[in-house]
Design a protein around this ligand. Sequence first.
Ligand code: UT7
Length: 328
Amino acid sequence: MTQTGRIYSRIAGTGSYLPEKVLTNDDLAKMVDTSDEWIRSRTGIRERHIAAAGQTSGDLGYEAALRAMEAAGVTAAELDMIVVGTTTPDLVFPSTACLVQAKLGAEGCAAMDVNAACSGFVFALSVADKFIRCGDAKTVLVIGTETLSRIVDWTERTTCVLFGDGAGAAVLKADAETGILSTHLHADGSKNDLLWNPVGVSAGFRSDEPNGGAKINMKGNDVFKYAVKALDGVVDETLAANGLDKRDLDWLIPHQANLRIIEATAKRLEMSMDQVIVTVDKHGNTSSGSVPLALDAAIRSGRVQRGQLLLLEAFGGGFTWGSALLRY
Ligand code: UT7
């Protein structure tokens, strides 16, 4: 899947949005048997944001999209496609992408969701990149957005301390010079029971359980080990596919789930943590929202500069994992 043609997908602008309400580790310590010390030392998380009642993934994604479109100088009428990575869609249908499209007033362009759990943004970015590379689209809005707080069991300390709500977005534009060099996507569905939500429309809800039985179940240790190995593999694969060395990378922009997983990938790449964008402390694991939240923070703070080489990666339920290498 290495870029060979003349058309690249270049990131023209990014944006992000975190809901107003902040839940700190100390707040959580009043709800379950945990502590700020445990959460910080095991995950790197200090606080997370929680969507207001009635505020949906689409609403968060819309706010992120507005900021990305403003940064890119792109209007709704210019969009050829909207791709939304989410595992917490507003509704079963229409897709969250269609709901965001309506709010933006971008009727007419293609709009669809991609569910790859925490890898949602990287998968959505890859789909968008393919449409641009083949010439079918020139301007694509890619969003990663989640309201995981709606499927967290707030009495379960092993999971509730990890997740948060948030969204990020990027506008991709066709460019003859530079942009996404390659994307690499993988899944291992045989591990579907290590990180999952056990209910749904077709499998059925459980009327006797809170929230219809919807909740994040995770075997944390198993996920941790598989994630580190899978991410090691995909970063090696990405560099090899482009004939590049790890020393060529300027920035690692990883999925923000656990600081220890991020540090393991940085170590594999022999990158100093000064070259790694870390935002997990501020918003916890926002699944599809996490990579674009980190990307936007990196760009808006001026750390990431035009011309630099960026490696994005993510891992999530499914299992799914993937990467994108791009010249910003
Ligand atoms: O985005 C998708 C990918 N998801 C991930 O990447 C998550 C991957 N997994 C992880 O990040 C880590 O496995 C966790 C952060 C979930 C857990 O960290 P850990 O170092 O693997 O801890 P553990 O599960 O081995 O638990 C260690 C101890 C246990 O107590 P005992 O059995 O040693 O007495 C747990 O019961 O910590 C206890 N524990 C807690 N203590 C205080 C578990 N959760 C908590 C908590 N507060 N919130």
